[in-house]
Design a protein around this ligand. Structure first.
Ligand code: PMP
Length: 398
């Protein structure tokens, strides 16, 4: 029998999907489940997006499109970048792919040879590990526990970067919801300037979901000389409630954007025409949906954070963006809930789901086994009930 490629023995099924599947199964059995598991927005884009799609269908060419992305799409993204505070790019700096996930794979192929090292902070978005595994890169992990607010420090970055080819940075962060302040970004940017051989990939896809008026900040604005080796990754998935439409982008030095286009020409050819119309409408049209959703998420963040802080022993740094809260729940380890022993984060999430019908993702999926992730994109009406059950569970631990 022929064998699969060796890399497939390293690829794991998604832990997030496993929790979601189990929750779905319990729901099908008639259980009342509150899902805090999957990180998908629970809203749809504005009507103008659907109107643009209907119009595009009426005019569909049915043809292959540009490997970089249609001009209208590139221009809409450039307009969006300006709104993000990232002006100064041209069509030659940008390109589109099939969601930020595909964009990150393209970048890994464009920037990393087998054996090169990619550095990123822990906790991390699960896919970063899979991407590194698939391109046979080495990983340099920078642990950022709750005691340092899940944030990378300048000293830590400085110590980690020698020998690194790509530094991958995620702000606002999944799974922690943490957002770096202007000063924190400036301090990290000062370190990056000292390491001129490192590419900087900024996965900023939650940049429109920042709370408390602190704003989204980036290395390029802090130290303009970093622009020549920084790549910004963006996506319509979270901002516009369009994860299934699959459109992501880069803003990058021309050389990187060109390499990305070459990969597109070999992997995907183009972002489909109808999807392009939807993305253009979302990026260039009225922004009231993302603005309103961001305000709603901030109010939900307040509810979740208050609930976590009311549980003795739970440590929960204050997230200021995205739609995640990442409490350190290690105070529960070694305790019992009824007949069950809670040895770790996986036991805790299993018990929480089976006993209380609340689905959360174990922190170990993100490299931090002392925590769990709550994604608060569930319908607002379900949130108090889910949080009540969560608190009850902790109160019942012995
Ligand atoms: N980066 C981060 C940090 C994410 O959380 C996600 C989606 N969960 C992605 C990238 C991928 O997004 P997309 O839907 O655009 O592929």
């Amino acid at each position: 029998m022929p064998t699969l490629a060796a890399r497939m023995s390293r690829a794991k099924p998604s832990a997030i999907m496993a929790v979601a599947e189990k929750a779905k199964q319990l729901k099908a059995e008639g259980r009342d489940i509150v899902s805090f598991s999957i990180g998908v927005p629970n809203f749809l884009p504005g009507e103008h997006v659907y109107a643009a799609v209907r119009d595009a269908l009426a005019k569909d060419s049915g043809q292959y499109g540009s490997n970089r992305g249609a001009d209208a799409l590139l221009d809409a993204f450039l307009h969006h970048l300006e709104g993000t505070g990232l002006g100064g790019y041209t069509r030659k700096n940008v390109a589109a792919g099939i969601g930020a996930k595909h964009v990150l794979y393209n970048l890994a192929e464009a920037l990393l040879d087998p054996g090169d090292t990619i550095a990123f902070a822990v906790p991390y978005w699960t896919t970063y590990v899979d991407i590194a595994e698939i391109v046979d890169a080495k990983m340099r992990l920078m642990p950022c526990p709750a005691s340092q607010n899940y944030k990378l420090t300048p000293a830590q970055l400085d110590a980690a970067l020698p020998g690194v080819k790509v530094f991958l940075f995620n702000n606002p962060n999944n799974p922690t919801g943490m957002v770096y302040t202007k000063d924190e970004i400036a301090a990290l940017a000062d370190v990056l300037v000292k390491h001129p051989d490192v590419w900087i990939v900024c996965d900023d896809i939650y940049n429109r979901m920042v709370f408390d008026g602190i704003g989204y900040h980036n290395f390029v604005n802090a130290r303009p000389e970093l622009r020549e080796r920084t790549i910004h990754v963006d996506s319509i998935s979270k901002t516009y409630g369009m994860p299934g439409w699959r459109v992501g982008f880069i803003a990058a030095p021309e050389k990187v954007a060109q390499a990305f286009v070459t990969l597109n020409s070999n992997h995907i050819t183009n972002v489909p025409e109808i999807v392009t119309a939807a993305a253009v409408a979302a990026l260039a049209g009225p922004q009231d949906v993302p603005t309103q959703k961001c305000a709603e998420f901030q109010a939900k963040r307040d509810q979740v954070l208050a609930a976590m802080n009311a549980i003795p022993g739970v440590v929960c740094p204050r997230p200021q963006g995205a739609f995640y809260v990442f409490p350190d729940i290690s105070c529960a380890f070694g305790k019992r809930h009824g007949e069950r022993t809670i040895a770790n984060d996986v036991d805790l999430c299993d018990a929480l789901l089976e006993v209380k019908g609340v689905a959360c993702v174990p922190g170990s999926a993100f490299g931090e086994p002392n925590a769990l992730r709550i994604s608060y994109t569930c319908p607002t009406a379900q949130l108090p009930e889910g949080l009540k059950r969560f608190r009850e569970f902790f109160a019942e631990l012995k």
